[in-house]
Write a protein of this length. Structure first.
Length: 193
């Protein structure tokens, strides 16, 4: 019984590790949203280059994706390129500068926005390092530098593969916790350290 629990825990951990490796790119989250509903989004950009820091991040906003406001990002200065003015201004590009995010950490920016239509939105992200090198996160999904995307849906009741994928990852995490608890509880005589 313990052997099966350990095997299950290891398999679940492997799924989570390999799924996490696929996320080692610039991401806009959540990945699946309701169209026409304002919500908070996060832009995460990993600093992957050794001996350099991320000093600038530029986000090009796709048509039909309306940013309403921003959450302050300590240590960063934000500038916006907009079309129109006042209440009718549409954010087309946002640039954050002045940060110093080291290798192995992510630059994180949050904003309130609305995806106006049910479709896939593709963002362009340009990352600048302290050594002057640039990474354009604008390639196809299969590339080393894929553009971040989100899928806006009219409802969550259609059982799409994206929704099912999110549910599967959540269940895998729960299964891992249950397996670990089972192994610890099954040992009976050992105290938790």
């Amino acid at each position: 019984m313990n052997r099966r629990l350990v095997t299950g825990a290891l398999a679940t951990a492997a799924v989570l590790v390999f799924t996490g490796a696929a996320w080692a790119h610039a991401e806009v989250s959540p990945g699946v949203v309701l169209a026409k509903h304002a919500q908070e989004y996060g832009l995460l950009v990993p600093t992957e280059k050794e001996n350099a820091t991320t000093t600038s991040v530029e986000l090009t906003v796709p048509s039909g994706f309306a940013i309403d406001s921003f959450v302050p990002s300590p240590g960063w200065k934000r500038t916006e390129q907009t079309k129109g003015s006042g209440e009718e201004a549409i954010v087309q590009k946002v640039t954050w500068t002045g940060g110093k995010i080291p290798t192995g950490e992510d630059s994180a920016f949050h904003f309130l926005a609305t995806a106006n239509d049910s479709k896939t939105y593709e963002f362009k992200v340009r990352q600048t390092y302290s050594d002057g090198s640039i990474v354009d996160w604008s390639g196809p999904e299969s590339s080393d530098t894929p553009a971040p995307t989100i899928e806006a849906k009219s409802s969550f009741g259609d059982g799409s593969s994206s929704t099912l994928g999110i549910v599967a990852i959540a269940l895998a995490g729960v299964a891992l916790v249950v397996a670990i608890v089972g192994v610890v509880a099954g040992s009976g005589k050992r105290a938790l350290a």
